[in-house]
Ligand binder design. Structure first.
Ligand SMILES: [Zn+2]
Length: 141
């Protein structure tokens, strides 16, 4: 009798605009949409600018730096694939461009999180197609 397979993590779908965001991540680039008409950034990606209604949106690189806006700490696995990581934090980061990104946390214990903590995005490869953004405390260079 063989061992049961480890549960697979749910991964983002790679179609549509969400797929475009993740293809940039897979290429090692954190990119957000910016409206060509008014310059507003937006995330998650959409077909139209929520600020002015403009429909010409360019993908532009992000600094990857921001501050912790809010977070939650999960103590019960809502999916068996995450059971080994408990407790883990899901963080909302406000990036320098003004958009907010929901991600996991790296290189910091969840109980050390603080509002406005400076963080930076790190891209972490999951498989051949998917690279996920996480945040970690900002490293001064
Ligand atoms: Zn706009």
């Amino acid at each position: 009798m063989s061992e049961p397979l480890a549960p697979q993590r749910p991964l983002p779908t790679l179609d549509g605009l969400n797929g475009e965001f993740h293809r940039h991540c897979a290429a090692g680039r954190l990119m957000f949409q910016r409206c060509r008409d008014c310059g507003a950034y937006q995330h998650p990606p959409r077909m139209q600018c929520p600020a002015c209604g403009g429909s010409v949106l360019d993908w532009v690189p992000s600094s990857g730096r921001g501050r912790v806006f809010t977070w939650t700490v999960t103590h019960q696995a809502l999916h068996p694939a995450f059971a080994d990581e408990l407790p883990y934090a899901v963080v909302v980061t406000e990036l320098e461009e003004g958009v907010r990104l929901v991600s996991g946390l790296r290189e910091l214990a969840p109980d050390a999180l603080a509002l406005d903590l400076p963080v930076e995005v790190v891209l972490e490869r999951v498989n051949d197609e998917v690279v996920l953004p996480y945040v970690r405390p900002l490293r001064e260079t």
